[in-house]
Design a protein around this ligand. Sequence first.
Ligand code: NAD
Length: 432
Amino acid sequence: MKISVIGSGYVGLVTGACLAELGNRVICVDNDKGKVKSLKNGSMPIYEPGLKELIGRNVRNKKLNFSSDIEDAVGFAEIIFITVGTPALENGEADLTGIEKVARNIAKNINGYKLIVEKSTVPVETGNWVRHTISTYIKDKAKFDVASNPEFLREGQAINDFMNPDRIVIGVESKKAKDLLVKLYKPFKSPIVITNIKSAELIKHASNAFLATKISFINAVACVCDKVGADVEEVAKGMGLDKRIGLSFLKAGIGYGGSCFPKDLDAFVHISEKIGYDFNLLKSVKKINEAQLSFVLKKIKDLLWIIKDKRIGVLGLAFKSNTDDIRNSPAIELIKILQKEGAKIRVYDPQAIKKARNVLRDVAFCADVYSVCRGADCLLIATEWDEFKKLDFIRVKKLLNRPIIIDGRNLFNPKDLVKSGFCYASIGRKSA
Ligand SMILES: NC(=O)c1ccc[n+]([C@@H]2O[C@H](COP(=O)([O-])OP(=O)(O)OC[C@H]3O[C@@H](n4cnc5c(N)ncnc54)[C@H](O)[C@@H]3O)[C@@H](O)[C@H]2O)c1
């Protein structure tokens, strides 16, 4: 099938490359000309495991191309995916100016039947607005359908998630739209959930809000564990083995971040309010997440007392492992809080340093974990990279000024660390 994907970021590039891999012909479009130029030259604007190879192979096989020309892309494709960003406005509302702009551009360039599919995460009712916008600006009487096909991939394992999703959600309002998307997804073995557009839009917001709720729930439980000397890892296991609850997303830590959960939660609260429902539960989820940073700060203060002029080594900048994405990263937030308190920060991340240089000032970016430790008054684990799980503690202890580790991701066994002579604090677990 002939497909255009408008917006070549984490979702657009993975969608385009995977659909090309399945035998479709795909054009990935972006209005950032520099990005398109570098993609054409074979360099990746983002780090996502396996993506460079997948893109390279499909470009060589002439299944995948890049363009900054939306006119060509609309003319070429039968199915057009919209994968532009939908960031949060100051008041929490989703900023849909990118979606509206793309809808207008599609309308102006339509040259025959098109199926326009929202893949970006958008609030319920956006499909109606996309349809209305295209109808308003359409240049001739070309027929079109709008559909919703939310994306559930996770950065760091995006290709596998796209190729083997737990489910494919298709929100449609015509048989033709349904048939086209079912045909496109025929190679997949996953169950397909077919709904109307509004339900599909809500499935995405509700799913992300639910996952964020699980994280905040276990973080709240961790705070209680901390106070009574229980172990949140044991509690999470005991809860999660109940099939109705499940083990995933019950990992206590420094809180959720990234480009999706915080903004999608805000957007869901906002759209609910707009249509007359006060989503108090989600407001609390957000509050608990924000409080988690103060919880970690208190742990650092409990061990260092005064933060001013202390050298703090931080491992991790990305909002989670296996990505270079630092959008709403709790690691970055913590660094900023510590800097405000007067700390001097040394930091290392396997992939995210390049992006972090644009948002952090007066930080020593180090080449590896051990340079971070050199002369630091404590070591803070902020992202759960596998590389950090293999620390040589004898070396770390020699390099640190004081043998203090604050483990914001519960990577290590408290007993082992205390036995090795560290002052060790983690989230919702006794020190030893
Ligand atoms: N990143 C994820 O893990 C993930 C997962 C599921 C869903 N989503 C959703 O998918 C959407 C995209 O997310 P992302 O992380 O890929 O964003 P991103 O910021 O990485 O990519 C968006 C791209 O769209 C381009 N763009 C913006 N306006 C454009 C326009 N008018 N014409 C052409 N290109 C334009 C930008 O230059 C950018 O390259 C968001 O709604 C997000 O919530 C993201």
